[in-house]
Design a protein around this ligand. Structure first.
Ligand SMILES: Nc1nc2c(ncn2[C@@H]2O[C@H](COP(=O)(O)OP(=O)(O)OP(=O)(O)O)[C@@H](O)[C@H]2O)c(=O)[nH]1
Length: 512
């Protein structure tokens, strides 16, 4: 771990330069953990990062006092031990062939600590429908240090503050959710102070609890951030790349600003770092040219310059930039700016391309992605199975239980589908209660097997309503390339098959 090496270097020569390296290492680790490896570890690294950054602005504090060094060393030790024990490297999905077994529900571990677990049967059952298995333990069961998501039933636990505190001390990297507390301010304050990450208060509805847990569990398989550096100095390229690459940010660099548009089309960056002064064209001129292209109107542009002239900076920002960094820049600040700008940019793009109720791709984006996917499958000579799903008798759900419950059902199906698709599949909300799924590598038969399992699992879900529950199904039509050649024809054929499934009695899958 680069962080340990940087800390050792600081211990040997405790100067500001080594401390900057160390702070950069902490920042890199914190960003990595925040991006989804482990939420609990992310919280720990955040504490260390805050400690390091607090010292960052006082260059004359080096060497740090023995007490501060010991505090940092203890945090680093703790973190590195947990990292070695618990974090498995994430393996990218590389399977070429799609079959039903590769679409089995993922089963992350959740532990419920409760002395009266029967009170939580509905929650356990609901999570089970989405493929999450819950291990139930009594409060006094010895809990191995773990990174599981811990659900703590505080409603029936006497002396819960002491228990929560002890649990937090023994499981610094776990996510802990308090269940069953009333929504009284002081109680929630105490639970959060003692180490709970979230509190599900007593009157929180079952669907809301399930939704929150599913969101916490959904792995963040986001693509790495991409940054294009445009600077005529190779030294600047090297310095920036060094700072960004450690955080898993992909970078490309060009020296000639005239190549910028071409390179942006190829690389599709999330942010541009643009030198202010280059021989053939200034950064401001390059930014204005970039902004002439509608597809790059909102991409963040950060200028890099040796100038501290305020008037120039304001002018540059007015003409199409988002931020100004003066060289030599602080690598931690560079990382913070790059990360926050890209996060906001990606959020903006998500809202343009995704459906707000479910977070799935919207109609238009599903179709355009399908066009691209079909071309890839054609080139790679792989099959492609397309499925259209539609909830059965959904009007009755709205009429009987109300529109908000109807929305909740649409979200449940979206979550179930999200749990089952693989990276690279297309999953979209095609219409009100209609979904589209495209599975590259899956033949018609393989697609049928995958969808059949999902159909059965969805039909088994008991949706709570009042003191009872109701069940619901969907119908599905599937079609596959190469038997059907174009994406419009695939959608049309899957839609016709769906219509036949409805006519044949619903809750079934028909093939084109
Ligand atoms: N709650 C909710 N309802 C929606 C949404 N979008 C569409 N709907 C409803 O979905 C229902 C679809 O009804 P129909 O097309 O008649 O079909 P159905 O009742 O599902 O019957 P079949 O498809 O024939 O099984 C309509 O009542 C729409 O108002 C949404 O976003 N939220």
């Amino acid at each position: 771990m680069a962080l340990l090496a940087a800390w050792d270097a600081y211990r040997q020569v405790p100067n500001e330069e080594h401390f900057v390296e160390f702070a950069l290492g902490v920042n890199t680790l914190a960003e990595l953990l925040r991006s989804g490896v482990s939420l609990g570890l992310a919280r720990m690294s955040y504490d260390l990062e805050q400690d390091a950054l607090a010292l960052f602005n006082t260059p004359d504090c080096h060497p740090l006092s023995a007490e501060v060094q010991a505090r940092l060393a203890a945090q680093i030790d703790n973190l590195s031990q947990l990292l070695q024990v618990d974090v498995q490297p994430i393996q990218p999905e590389r399977r070429q062939h799609a079959d039903a077994s590769s679409y089995e529900a993922k089963r992350p571990s959740i532990i419920l600590l409760s002395d009266q677990p029967e009170q939580w049967q509905n929650l356990i059952a609901q999570l089970g429908y989405f493929g999450l298995s819950i291990a139930v333990l009594a409060w006094d069961a010895a809990l191995q240090q773990s990174q599981s998501l811990l659900l703590l039933d505080l409603k029936f636990s006497h002396d819960w503050p002491a228990r929560v505190k002890a649990l937090r001390a023994a499981n610094p990297a776990s996510q802990m959710i308090a269940l069953g507390l009333s929504s009284e301010f002081t109680l929630l304050h105490q639970a959060l102070q003692l180490g709970c990450d979230h509190c599900f208060v007593q009157d929180m509805s079952l669907p809301a609890m399930v939704a929150h847990i599913l969101e916490l569990q959904s792995s963040q398989n986001e693509e790495p951030y991409r940054v294009l550096i445009v600077d005529d100095s190779l030294t600047a390229h090297a310095m920036i790349r060094r700072a960004l690459v450690e955080q898993g940010i992909q970078t490309q660099a060009i020296s000639d600003p005239r190549l910028v548009i071409e390179r942006m089309h190829e690389f599709q960056p999330d942010l541009l770092l643009l030198d202010m002064y280059m021989p053939d064209c200034t950064g401001v001129e390059a930014a204005r040219i970039i902004r002439q292209h509608p597809e790059f109107l909102s991409i963040p542009i950060v200028y890099l310059s040796g100038e501290t002239d305020l008037g120039l900076q304001v002018e540059a920002l007015r003409l199409g930039g988002d931020h100004f960094l003066t060289k030599p820049f602080n690598p931690v600040i560079l990382n913070a700016i790059v990360n926050s700008k890209i996060e906001r940019y990606r959020t903006l793009r998500r809202s343009m391309y995704h459906d707000s109720l479910t977070g799935l791709l919207n109609h238009t984006t599903s179709k355009s992605h399908l066009d691209l996917m079909l071309e890839q499958c054609r080139t790679q000579q792989r099959p492609l199975c397309v499925a259209m799903l539609d909830l059965d008798h959904f009007k009755q759900v709205n009429d009987s239980y109300g529109h908000p419950i109807g929305d909740q059902i649409i979200r449940s199906l979206a979550w179930l589908l999200k749990q089952r698709v693989r990276q690279g599949d297309i999953l979209g909300r095609y219409g009100g209660e209609e979904f589209i799924l495209a599975l590259p590598g899956a033949s018609l038969a393989a697609g049928h097997a995958i969808l059949e399992k999902i159909r059965q699992d969805f039909a088994a879900i008991r949706h709570p309503y009042g003191s009872g529950h109701f069940q619901l199904s969907f119908s599905c039509g599937i079609a596959a390339y190469p038997a059907i050649e174009t994406s419009d024809q695939l959608i049309e054929a899957a839609d016709q098959a769906l219509y036949r499934a409805k006519r044949a009695g619903r809750n079934r899958i028909e093939c084109a």
